[in-house]
Design a binder for this molecule. Structure first.
Ligand code: NAI
Length: 299
């Protein structure tokens, strides 16, 4: 199959990588040649590590690289694609504009997918003349390691498109979960529900940051606890999503004061070395002790 991936950032690189590794012919498009070249270098390095780990053979890696092409030209990227996956930044108007442009060049049978993590796929699809070909393919970061893909059905998505998307995910040896287009889909909504409650428990002094995380890691076999996960994702990212879910789904998703405070202080998690934990060498070392944080302010 021919797959076009539009946007060669964090997610586009991963989606192009897994698609090529599964034997698809992939065309990766970004706005600048150096971005595209760096992306292809990254994929090449990751395929090499896959060979070292025994995850794929040298000849599979070579075939994947041979099948991978990069361009800055939208028309050549998508004109012979069976599937186009957009992975440009999370902005509704830009995504809608891009989808309308893509539709000018694609085959009438081609499926157009968005990797949006939170926007309404139904709203994005309204940019198309044939919105029944639109679907959400929500990959998780990093796509070459994460097994889950949410197949998000817009109101307009046809049964054929949904089936095509599920088959594509199966082909990548990943698991598809099919979700109706609703705020936070399945994963963010559930993940944030746990995260928001964990933060409230810290505010209320129910248990320490480490013990709340340990209760989920050891009691429920979660690989990381909800507060460490928040640090890894970025407190700023989680605050943005919570604000959206709060607006759409009501007060149960109201962002806790401790989250707002940490974001205001710039303590946005692993990427800056401090969030709910202090981070060293890519690992949480100690619980961050926010001296100017007064529990009386928030309960
Ligand atoms: P990113 O910022 O790393 O990459 C976006 C890329 O798109 C950039 O290289 C940019 O130059 C390029 N771009 C912008 N407009 C373009 C256009 N018109 N044509 C071609 N390329 C264009 O963003 P990231 O993190 O990869 O996110 C992409 C999408 O994936 C967003 O919708 C995001 O919500 C979603 N997502 C992100 C996850 C993450 O952990 N980063 C996880 C799951 C989904």
């Amino acid at each position: 199959m021919e797959v076009a991936v539009i946007g060669a950032g964090t997610m586009g690189i991963g989606i192009a990588h897994v698609s090529a590794a599964a034997g698809h012919s992939v065309n990766l498009r970004d706005l600048e040649p150096n971005i595209v070249m760096d992306a292809i270098d990254t994929i090449s390095t990751r395929l090499g590590s896959g060979v070292d780990r025994g995850a794929l053979s040298q000849s599979q890696a070579d075939t994947a690289l041979d099948q991978l092409d990069g361009t800055t030209d939208l028309e050549s990227a998508v004109s012979s694609a069976d599937l186009v996956v957009e992975a440009i930044p999370e902005d509704l108007e830009n995504k809608r504009e891009l989808l309308a442009d893509i539709e000018e060049f694609v085959d009438e049978e081609a499926v157009i997918a968005t990797n949006t993590s939170s926007l309404s796929v139904t709203a994005i699809a309204t940019a198309l003349k044939h919105p029944e070909r639109a679907v959400g393919l929500h990959f998780f970061n990093p796509p070459h390691k994460m097994k889950l893909v949410e197949v998000v059905l817009a109101e307009q998505t046809s049964d054929e498109t949904a089936e095509f998307a599920e088959e594509f995910v199966a082909d990548l040896e990943k698991t598809a979960v099919v979700v109706q287009d609703a705020p936070g889909f399945a994963s963010s909504r559930l993940g944030l529900a746990l995260g928001v409650e964990a933060m409230r428990m810290v505010e209320q002094g129910v248990a320490s940051v480490e013990d709340i995380d340990a209760s989920m890691e050891l009691g429920y076999n979660h690989p990381v606890g909800p507060l460490e996960l928040t640090d890894r994702v970025g407190l700023d990212v989680r605050l943005d999503i919570l604000e959206y879910l709060h607006e759409e789904l009501g007060d149960r998703f109201e962002p806790p004061e401790i989250l707002r405070r940490k974001v205001e202080q710039g303590n946005i998690g692993k990427k800056v070395g401090r969030g709910f934990y202090v981070w060293e060498g890519g690992e949480p070392k100690d619980v961050a002790d926010d001296e100017d944080y007064d529990i009386e302010d928030v309960i």
